[in-house]
Design a protein around this ligand. Structure first.
Ligand code: GLY
Length: 554
């Protein structure tokens, strides 16, 4: 009853703020992408047009994170009719893919085959998603919303230190693809900071989309080059793959934690369900009152259990039954909670087995609200930095290596002696499981639009930010929070510098936790918060990154 009243209150508050915040806000991982969104909003576009502009601009200026050779999830809320959906533009396995694609004749995984080069790529979903957004949600033409990205591709952008670090890390794969080396390197080396990187083939491909919509990518000369270029280098793309690719509008995962309604993404992402499991478990503890080490212990134990289920049960629900209702039920979470002790860790080995979670560290996120209150939380990826490193000649399209998000070897014991999950086995036309977790958080007084890149750590970063928001944290506090993470296997708590102090560390170790201090911080969160009480809007970009958050008047 209390919970129903809280939701009714929340809805009443948001209805009271029904006129919208009267301001636009964009927070994204690169200033040029944020500016692209603001440009389109200033031209009369809504949040969905801005989402097209920001997605496409990020594809140009953050080629290591996302792109039209990749995919993503766009969580949308449209004020006019109250529609809230997840636009699923996740890549799909090519039709010629099969469960043993990355195994040798002896059934062993061939190292790097699902990471480097054209065989690692799924059929891109981002172009179809952008065309769908413009056609069904935007106010402007696709051509108008793609204009900033086309300009950036033609005129170029300045290479920065982040680009240099990630290009250096992927140097061998970029060198292995002549077209990728031509675009992203300078005489086979990482270009210096300040070098203006122009992408004329990508500009032409974006122009083809601007004039012909999704068909400008999935049919005609662009598709022909994508297919012939990959096949010539050992890939398996076919015309049917491109003709059959469709985005899907899916019902989001929705649940309530204390007085906060959480809306996030369903399979093929694991994000929404894992967030629900963790928060349903944690709701049974007085978390706001639990301070320091006890709070961290409880959160880690919730993470451990949700990630076990992720590995066991989650995959593309169009192909494999996902027990969504069970996993989202409070009764199920109560059962998981019953096994948690405050004085001792629950070793992962004592829980029923499942495969370890895989996940690369790149990807990108942006959050947008427009003056009317339309909103977008979008997390986009090409998986590893610079994806597969492969560009089909003449396209400018850097292909993803999202196929690595499948379990390459389900049903066969992994390095830990545990059995992998069939739910995320490779199958033709199937979408690979993701951790991307764009989310809307709504309390009686405030709304947050949130998300981050970070591979398998995405979900726990969003969890920590959501808990902080529910307890009153600002956008700036959410993005700056020190982070810690547990993913069932390996059985250890990873933490950023400063997230767990030496005193807490020794108490956690006494309770049986294994801790791993990470040398570098992780994640790149972007948050927009609308406070209904004074109709103010805040936007914040992660201090760990080089993004830009901006609030503007229409
Ligand atoms: N490729 C990262 C993810 O989808 O989780």
């Amino acid at each position: 009853m209390k919970r129903l009243l809280a939701i009714a209150f929340a809805l009443a508050c948001s209805a009271a703020a029904g006129a919208g915040p009267g301001k636009h806000a964009v927070a994204a991982a690169h200033p040029l992408a944020t500016r692209a969104g603001l440009e389109v909003l200033a031209a009369g576009g809504n949040a969905f047009d801005a989402a097209v502009a920001v997605s496409a601009a990020l594809a140009v200026v953050e080629p290591y994170s996302s792109g039209i050779g990749g995919g993503g999830f766009w969580l949308l809320h449209r004020v006019a009719d109250g529609t809230t959906i997840m636009l699923d533009g996740r890549e799909k396995a090519p039709l010629a893919a099969h469960a043993d694609l990355y195994l040798d004749a002896s059934g062993n995984v061939v190292p790097r085959l699902s990471i480097d080069g054209p065989l690692a790529a799924g059929i891109p979903g981002a172009p179809a998603a952008l065309a769908h957004l413009a056609r069904h949600y935007g106010r402007l033409t696709l051509e108008r919303s793609l204009a900033p990205a086309i300009r950036l591709a033609r005129e170029g952008f300045e290479v920065d230190e982040k680009y240099r670090r990630l290009a250096g890390w992927r140097l061998p794969v970029l060198r292995a693809s002549a077209a990728a080396a031509e675009i992203f390197l300078l005489n086979g080396e990482v270009p210096p900071a300040g070098y203006v990187l122009r992408q004329s083939d990508l500009a032409r491909t974006l122009e083809s989309m601007a004039s012909s919509g999704a068909a400008g990518f999935y049919r005609g000369p662009v598709a022909a080059r994508l297919i012939s270029g990959t096949r010539a280098a050992g890939g398996i793309f076919s015309r049917e793959d491109f003709e059959q690719y469709r985005v899907v509008e899916r019902s989001p995962v929705r649940f309530v934690y204390r007085d906060m309604q959480v809306t996030s993404v369903p399979p093929p992402s694991s994000g929404g369900i894992a967030l629900a499991t963790m928060m349903h478990i944690l709701e049974g503890f007085d978390l706001p009152a639990a301070v320091g080490v006890d709070r961290k212990h409880l959160i880690v134990e919730a993470m451990r259990r949700a990630y076990r289920d992720r590995a066991q049960y989650l995959g593309d629900s169009d192909f494999h039954p996902v027990p969504r209702e069970l996993l989202l039920s409070r009764a199920y979470a109560a059962g998981l909670r019953a096994g948690i002790r405050l004085d001792r860790v629950t070793p992962s080995a004592s829980l029923p087995g499942a495969a370890p979670v895989e996940g690369a560290d790149n990807t990108t996120h942006f959050s947008i609200i427009d003056a009317e209150g339309n909103r977008v939380a979008a997390t986009l990826s090409i998986n590893y930095p610079f994806g597969s490193g492969f560009v089909p000649p003449g396209t400018g399209v850097l292909l993803n290596d999202e196929m690595d998000d499948f379990s390459a070897k389900p049903g066969v014991p992994n390095a830990y002696g545990l059995v992998g999950a069939a739910a995320n086995a490779i199958a033709p036309g199937k979408r690979m499981l993701s951790s991307m977790s764009p989310a809307f958080l709504e309390t009686p007084s405030r709304l947050a639009i949130v998300g981050t890149p970070g591979g398998s750590r995405i979900i726990t970063m969003v969890l920590l930010a959501a808990l902080a928001f529910q307890e009153g944290g600002s956008a700036g506090q959410m993005v700056a929070l020190p982070r810690y993470h547990h993913q069932f296997l390996p059985d250890r708590v990873q933490f950023e510098p400063g997230a767990i102090n030496p005193g807490e560390r020794s108490i956690l170790e006494n309770r049986g936790h294994v801790l791993e201090a990470r040398e570098r911080p992780y994640g790149n969160m972007h948050v927009v918060v609308w406070d209904y009480r004074d109709n103010s809007v805040q936007a914040a970009s992660d201090p760990r990154g080089t993004g830009m958050a901006s609030v503007a008047s229409p």
